[in-house]
Design a protein around this ligand. Structure first.
Ligand code: 5GP
Length: 121
């Protein structure tokens, strides 16, 4: 899938749409999810134009990947989640139910999170 520069996170990165920012550096932006599923629900995105984790893991530079992983851990730690625990998750493509086609990592925490993925039946 080609990168769509009009996706909502690209517009947030350009400052066209506001966000509640929690972290920013040269490679990474993180902000609160607009529809939080847990007491803490932060989205971490690379500033580069990557559609998904699949795209990012294949094409991002080592510097971008390192910055992204370091930032995600730092954000979770800064939110007080390292002690009680938390979850990171990325939805990819159709089966993964990805809605926004700019790679993002969800950080969920602030309460017990239950099973990893609900069983179908
Ligand atoms: P996905 O299903 O693609 O993994 O998750 C997309 C996430 O982006 C959802 O949790 C949704 O609530 C969040 N989201 C969608 N639009 C906006 C927005 O304009 N601002 C913020 N902060 N979050 C958004």
């Amino acid at each position: 899938m080609p990168y769509d520069p009009q996706n909502i996170f690209a517009r947030i990165l350009r400052g066209e749409i506001p966000c509640r920012k929690v972290f920013e550096d040269a490679h990474v932006l993180a902000f609160h999810d607009i529809n939080p599923q847990t007491p803490t629900h932060v989205l971490v995105i690379p500033k580069g134009a990557y559609v998904s984790f699949d795209d990012f893991s294949a094409h991002a530079t080592a510097e971008e990947i390192a910055a992204f992983v370091r930032a995600a851990g730092q954000i979770a730690r800064g939110a007080g989640l390292a002690g009680p625990g938390y979850r990171v998750l990325s939805n990819i493509g159709q089966d993964g139910h990805q809605e926004v086609p700019h790679f993002h990592l969800h950080i969920f925490g602030g309460r017990p999170l239950g099973r990893m993925v609900p069983k179908a039946d």
